[in-house]
Design a protein around this ligand. Structure first.
Ligand code: GDP
Length: 470
């Protein structure tokens, strides 16, 4: 155990005291992590969850609410002085204004505290006074979790693997062209290092847009406050026969190590290590629409993300976490309002199959896990349309252009195996099906008092994640 490890443990230990019991008030705190790759739906999820916890008319699946034990809920000042507050009010205003629009997506870590005043259940519950529970919701990019896989890589191995993986990808053509003529043995030339890292970041962004999920280093996509810093100014280059000190390759190697110790590790120590419950959001429909390769890639990315929750996954992470564990993990396919409810079970099964695979590799040490399909904000209504003598179960919504349209996304297979096998075999396209997704705008809402925005199974997701604490 090195000095940094010991220091980490100390920090962790203190963190444990602070988070378990929020001195000086000593009301219990549950820290709920919300993650997922970019555009998975984290911002919309948190906004709608908070709105629906504040006004619980649409939350019958939350048991404490159904039993009348939630006396009140209210937002509190964000308890961590150094973490930006999740901009709930601005996001809610975007979603529920007279011209509703989707809010700005997650770019970095943010946090929000919602507190519950609760009546105890059971025969003697009413005799005891009400209690308070704080729910700290921590929003962070899934891309940053994927960086965990870098922790036990060295630069040479990482660079080799990345270059191999991207060799056949059209999105990487620009970066690979820029590598031609680069000799890692030459002395470092800063503009050259910068240009390479920018090209590589451009590749990662293009790969993300094309539906690939294996896009690390995560901060290249979402740099947060680190944009332009040396720890982000590296890229994978082939190892030269000899790489003397001061050479481009050596410096790339040094920066890769700096990225691990100064960027990845602090994130895990300061944010990840304090989480009690976790929801991982996946835009599974989006990946299915992009095709088998995107699904296979998402499968790998999800396995990578879930890896972070496997105790014993990595020595230093185990040291960081101590006895602390995330004890519930919900894997949720988002935007289920793109599908008629008759297909929700199939979507859930695909999500469950993706999760099961990660689980089979190692159990999450007793953590409760579940898969669901949800829509944090329902933007559509269901409609059955007759088409060439058939009936099609469609959804209808407002397109981004403002026009209304009914839409049939395609029929998901009855068993997830079909879809996942095609993905795994590297098929270029789905054999006998075509899946569409449509960008619906948020619907105009007229909420009754006491009602949050319409959703699909948000209450069940909340019950799974925090129901036992209420
Ligand atoms: P983030 O990057 O994970 O924070 O993703 P966002 O929450 O910003 O969501 C990305 C986009 O997905 C939004 O702009 C919407 O277009 C879409 N989206 C997210 N949640 C929903 C939902 O519940 N229903 C629908 N129809 N679209 C959603």
């Amino acid at each position: 155990m090195g000095i940094t490890d010991i220091a980490d443990d100390l920090v962790r230990g203190l963190g444990g005291i602070g988070t378990g019991l929020a001195a000086p008030f000593s009301d219990p705190v549950v820290r709920l992590g919300v993650t997922g790759l970019s555009r998975a739906g984290k911002t919309v999820f948190i906004t709608s969850l908070v709105a629906n916890l504040l006004d619980r008319g649409r939350m019958p699946g939350l048991r404490a609410e159904a039993e009348g034990r939630v006396l009140s809920t209210f937002l509190q000042p964000q308890p961590d002085d150094t973490i930006p507050r999740f901009d709930y009010e601005a996001h809610l205003a975007a979603l529920t204004g007279s011209e509703p629009r989707w809010p700005e997506s997650t770019r970095a870590v943010s946090e929000l505290r919602l507190s519950f005043r609760l009546r105890e259940g059971g025969m003697f519950g009413p005799l005891r006074g009400p209690r308070t529970l704080h729910l700290d919701i921590v929003d962070y990019p899934g891309e940053w979790l994927l960086d965990l896989a870098l922790m036990d890589r060295d630069y040479a191995g990482w660079a080799e693997e990345v270059l191999e993986r991207i060799a056949g990808r059209a999105e990487a053509a620009g970066y690979l062209a820029a590598l031609k003529g680069i000799d890692g043995a030459e002395p470092l030339d800063e503009p050259c290092a910068k240009a390479l890292s920018e090209r590589f970041a451009a590749y990662l962004n293009a790969a993300r847009a094309a539906g690939y999920s294996d896009c690390t280093p995560g901060r290249f996509l979402l740099p947060g406050e680190l944009a332009g810093s040396p720890a982000l100014t590296f890229a994978p280059i082939p190892k030269p026969g000899a790489a003397p000190r001061g050479s481009l390759w050596r410096e790339m190697e040094r920066r890769f190590e700096a990225y691990k110790t100064k960027v990845v590790k602090p994130f895990f120590r300061d944010h990840f290590a304090k989480i009690d419950r976790q929801i991982v959001l996946v835009d599974l429909l989006g990946a299915i629409h992009s095709g088998p390769r995107a699904v296979e890639d998402m499968r790998r990315a999800m396995a990578g993300i879930l890896d972070a929750f496997r105790p014993g996954r990595s020595g230093w992470l185990t040291g960081l976490l101590g006895m602390r564990r995330v004890d519930r993990i919900l894997f949720a396919a988002t935007k289920a309002d793109h599908l008629h409810h008759s297909q929700h079970a199939k979507l859930t099964q695909i999500a469950a199959a993706l999760m099961r695979e990660a689980k089979d590799r190692a159990d999450f040490a007793g953590a409760g896990t579940a898969a669901m399909s949800i829509a944090a904000l329902r933007a559509t209504v269901e409609e059955t349309v007759r088409h060439n003598g058939d009936t099609l179960d469609c959804v209808r919504g407002r397109l981004m252009s403002g026009k209304e349209a009914a839409f049939y996304p395609g029929d998901l297979p009855d068993t997830p195996g079909q879809l996942l096998a095609a993905a795994r075999e590297g098929a270029a396209e789905w054999l006998d099906a075509d899946y569409e997704v449509m960008n619906f705008a948020p619907a105009r809402l007229s909420l009754k008092p006491g009602e949050g925005p319409p959703h699909i199974r948000l209450d069940r997701a909340a019950e799974f994640l925090i129901g036992d604490k209420l």
